[in-house]
Design a binder for this molecule. Structure first.
Ligand SMILES: [Zn+2]
Ligand SMILES: [Zn+2]
Length: 255
């Protein structure tokens, strides 16, 4: 009798496990990926958060992707790129880093990676279609090993992997390495950021031959000043990369 009951419990548990995702969905109604309010559909954002997301579309700087207010011609570059041309060839971002995208990116960084990655990848593939089509290989902007251990995950690698799969391009998760643990960039200005990351990156020795003559697409979650992308592009160019592109989920746009 007792054994019978145990078996019944086992069967119920097995059934619940098999129902897996479905059971979880039924027990926990879907919530907005950004603010956590209830939404009708899983893996989505509510109408209010959606309206706050500011997707970057043309016109923008041909080089760094900085959005322009008015159409100024396909090849136009922004004042910043004019003054000091970046080492990367083109950078594109899906959306502005703002009050609506920030919680999405923070949750992606610290919590719901599996659920958020495909959503961000969808945005990024749309914004960076040209870059994906033109790239020979896809790699993430690396985290330092210590930070990687602490966070146990390079969120940029997750995005890069899914984008590479989508575009049918090779994914090289360890193409670039960090040579030293650069302090977090948060408090630094543009000059400080540039100094902070200079010399911080290297092409992994076993990938040197993969870079020469190739067009490399780097993937990161957020572009802030572009200093990190610049430093990565510099070492890739030194190893013979023909072009270096950057695709991010969001970028800081200073008015
Ligand atoms: Zn919301
Ligand atoms: Zn620019």
């Amino acid at each position: 009798m007792l054994q019978d009951r145990d078996q019944r419990i086992d069967a119920v548990l097995a059934g619940a496990r098999a129902a897996g995702r479905l059971a979880v969905d039924l027990l926990l109604p879907p919530r907005c990926l950004a603010c956590g309010d209830l939404v009708a559909e899983a893996s989505s954002v509510c109408a209010e958060c959606w309206s706050g997301l500011d997707f970057i579309t043309k016109p923008y700087c041909a080089s760094c992707g900085y959005p322009f207010e008015y159409e100024v011609g396909e090849a136009a570059v922004c004042a910043g790129c004019e003054a000091s041309p970046p080492r990367f060839d083109r950078a594109r971002a899906a959306m502005r880093y703002n009050e609506a995208s920030k919680p999405l990116l923070l949750r992606f960084k610290h919590a719901d990676k599996a659920e958020l990655a495909p959503v961000l990848v969808r945005f990024m593939a749309r914004a960076g279609g040209e870059l994906l089509a033109g790239a020979d290989l896809v790699a993430p902007v690396p985290l330092h090993r210590w930070r990687l251990l602490r966070r146990r995950y390079n969120q940029s690698a997750l995005l890069a992997k899914q984008l590479a799969a989508e575009a049918g391009r090779p994914f090289l998760p360890d193409l670039l390495t960090r040579r030293r643990n650069t302090p977090p960039q948060g408090q630094l200005g543009r000059e400080g950021r540039t100094r902070n990351v200079a010399g911080a990156f290297a092409v992994a020795p076993h990938h040197r031959d993969d870079v020469a003559g190739r067009r490399v697409l780097l993937v990161d979650d957020v572009m802030t000043s572009g200093a990190t992308a610049n430093a990565c592009a510099a070492v890739l160019k030194r190893s013979g990369a023909e072009q270096v592109f950057l695709l991010t989920a969001a970028r800081v746009v200073l008015a």
